[in-house]
Write a protein that binds this ligand. Sequence first.
Ligand code: DOR
Length: 442
Amino acid sequence: MSKALWIRQAYAIDPQSGREGTTDILVEKGVIAAIDGDLSGKRGLPEDPKALSPLKVQVVEAEGLLLTPGLIDLHVHLRVPGQVHKETMETGTRAAAAGGFTQILTLPNTQPVIDRPELVEEVLSLAKEKAVVRVHVAASVTLGQRGETLAPLGRLSRAGALAFTDDGRPVRDPFLMAMALTYARHLGKVILSHSEEPAFSRDGVCHQGKVALRLGLKGIPSLAESLGVMRDIQLALATGGRLHLMHLSTKESVEALRWGKAMGAPITAEVTPHHLALTTEELERWRYDPCTKVNPPLREEEDRQALVEALREGLIDIIATDHAPHSREEKSLSYEEAPFGISGLETAFPLLYETLVRPGHLKLTDLVRRLTVEPARLLGLPGGKLLEGEPADLSLFDLHTPFVVDPETFQSKGKNTPLKGRELRGRCVGTFVAGKEVWRLG
Ligand code: DOR
């Protein structure tokens, strides 16, 4: 039988119930058994926690720490199967736990692409064996993500795929995308779209603008994204299929989203921590170091502000990391040749806390909402709330002690981050899945 867990005197935030304040939580058999301001002397617990046998109850003194429902990330590249040089089930899920994430959705741009039911089953069974957090699987929209033939969405769904995406690239043919949305509607599933018009992104490597010109790098115009976003919204409207717009990065995309929602399109959207916190100016600092190379690219300050505002308004529904680990060798190539991607699981919460919450641009409860209850709602997942009877997926954060980002300490194999050397607050110090400790700092 699993050990009970008593977290004492944490500062809890639960956007779902509106709970905010000093809280004790008792976990029994993997679920939240009791939540109260102080559980000493209640629910069979002694006044003095030292009276308990550590073999029976794990006591965590959490005074001064923030307690949230376990964070949920719907955009993670675990690189399973096939790309163990970038990440593995163990390293990727340990990175998730170290970032405070207790549930992740892994994406199918792997080798081979997750486009067959056997591969969905394989990833799920590997997760059962090796993962330290809950892993859900997205399968591809088209066979091999080649954009030619639809993958067997019904069979993939029955094998356990929770959503479909060709992320890494768009579904280029709009008719195929419409078919995918129609099938997804019948299956009650969501299409996660990497909306991009390749005719405009071409072989660009960063945002098209002054910085690209100064550095002599080929740019990706904002239009490459907003054109794709607008197309996909129109297709969702026409088919009634549920569309989730991934990693929005431009102010024009935000306006397209606003239009689509006003029209009643069945759409939701996400934004990444890096697009909320960083701009293309970051390239001036890192010059030709591809740690800033990501798709969609880091944009202008005006775009960043539009994304923050859209998040604050609730127009953008969730935050997702787009955790994209790559090997050192790959990220040591030239800016043009290196792959797109930032390793984001372990810096997401501190980056957002430091850049948005501390200066007062976003309420802490709204940050937590966009990382817990909203992603849970989007895919119909359990968890994301601090309620009795819910799975005891919990995270603890230290909002006070500054730390310097050192990718060498990452659990992830991907050390590729432009945040190296940055001082942040809001580090995850403890993570629990079904009441079991899966991460403790130090
Ligand atoms: O930067 C990115 N990296 N964007 C994507 O869409 C894919 C991802 C990856 O798989 O590396």
